[in-house]
Design a protein around this ligand. Structure first.
Ligand code: MN
Ligand code: MN
Length: 415
């Protein structure tokens, strides 16, 4: 019987390792029957005569050749905007990944949108709250709060915005090349193609009612569009201060708290040799009462510590670089997947997970949680702050090493 255990034991013996080290090195698949290519005695056991699509297969090597420690049948934790159809109109486009496309994502749905310079996502509102991260360019956002206070701001790469449920808003691309961003709704079923649109309501209201509502003759509305606009090509807007003045008029204040925030320039909540974590939740971005977000930047070879979140599922968007994530649940169920720019990851609440930068450049992603306050448990911190003798008994290790383990602040290893 030729197994992974034999291979590693042989390698260990060859390297003159101790019996203990050989035993430690031989773990890698605790299950019976053993899984993983390393345990497949017959080489034909791992080949795939097809049919197959090598371009897709090679993007996801951990799916095709999972680590031998993967086990069970966890639902898919990977999705991507790269495979979502774009709805293209004059002025821009959008594509989305909702719970209908990605069943595990019950708490968050994602939209990726591009607006040309002057391109407008029309005035609208919706049931879900809207959080967004700017990945490119420049955008102007407008929103009104329920006390009638208008807000307008220009955002750039690394900035975020948040609109609570029902707050009416618009988005417009600016010069020189418009913008691209990722929206997260705080409801996995929310749909960007099904929002409450100003043009829809006008077109479906009797002209006499429009006349009475606005105190104008019905002819004023003779040329309204009979179909909604959703996204349209508008004129590049004027400077921010004159637009703000036109929105507030003579008698309106601005809201006390901004609806925009620069996540990419937020203070580091963790900074190590391995990378940085930047946080925006209702603690520093007051209006964001249902979404917490962490921007995670990792150096080549770095590891986002094994951890979990007690208060919310995690929805991830991969901005740059190459990543691999492993997710653990009871069962056991363990799945490992690869992530490239434009991909989406999802980790249910309390499921253990880690993320590796497996590329040779910095890797960056953001994680979004449907909660007012970000919370996390680090496995290493948990064990470091449990009775050392007990931890040593669990793991059959020397208790003396435990005090040296990284604490909570080491979000990304190495420290
Ligand atoms: Mn919206
Ligand atoms: Mn996490």
């Amino acid at each position: 019987m030729f197994s992974r255990r034999d291979v590693l034991a042989t390698a260990a013996a060859g390297a003159a390792m101790s019996t203990t080290a050989a035993a430690a090195a031989s773990f890698g698949n605790p299950d019976n029957p053993p899984q993983g290519a390393i345990n497949a005695k017959n080489p034909a056991s791992v080949t795939d005569p097809g049919p197959q699509n090598p371009a897709i297969r090679d993007q996801l090597p951990s799916a095709f050749s999972p680590p031998a420690t993967d086990v069970g049948g966890m639902p898919q934790i990977w999705a991507s905007f790269n495979t979502a159809p774009r709805r293209i109109q004059n002025g821009g486009w959008a594509r989305q990944v909702t719970q209908a496309d990605f069943p595990i994502s019950t708490t968050i749905s994602g939209v990726n949108m591009r607006l040309s310079p002057g391109g407008v996502r029309e005035l609208h509102w919706h049931q879900a709250a809207e959080w967004a991260y700017m990945t490119y360019g420049n955008c102007r956002i407008t929103v009104l709060d329920p006390k009638g206070r208008p807000y307008v701001a220009d955002v750039k790469e690394g900035d975020i915005w948040y609109f609570p449920s029902g707050y009416p808003h618009s988005l417009q691309g600016l010069e020189p090349d418009g913008c691209e961003f990722v929206i997260c709704f705080d409801d996995g079923a929310a749909n960007e193609f099904n929002t409450l649109l100003v043009t829809d309501w006008f077109a479906h209201t009797p002209p006499s009612v429009l006349a009475n509502n606005f105190g104008e003759p019905a002819e004023t509305f003779a040329n309204i569009p009979l179909h909604n606009l959703w996204i349209y090509q508008g004129k590049v807007p004027g400077d921010l201060s004159s637009v703000r003045k036109a929105m507030t008029g003579a008698d309106r204040d601005s809201p006390p708290e901004p609806f925009t925030f620069s996540l990419a320039s937020a203070l580091y909540v963790s900074q190590t040799k391995g990378g940085t974590l930047q946080l925006a939740d209702s603690g520093n971005f007051k209006v964001s009462t249902t979404i917490a977000a962490v921007l995670q930047t990792m150096r080549p070879g770095a590891l986002r510590q094994m951890h979990w979140h007690p208060n919310a599922d995690e929805w991830q968007y991969y901005i740059k670089g190459k990543a691999r994530m492993g997710v653990f649940n009871t069962g056991p169920n363990v799945r490992t997947m690869d992530f490239n720019p434009g991909d989406i990851g999802y980790v249910p609440r309390n499921y253990g997970h880690y993320v590796e930068n497996i590329g040779d450049t910095d890797m960056q992603f953001f994680a979004v949680f449907r909660t007012s306050h970000f919370e996390e448990f680090s496995l290493s911190d948990f064990l470091k702050h449990s009775p050392p003798e007990m931890v040593a008994e669990h793991l059959n290790i020397n208790p003396a090493v435990i005090a040296n383990w990284p604490g909570f602040s080491a979000g990304i290893m190495p420290e």
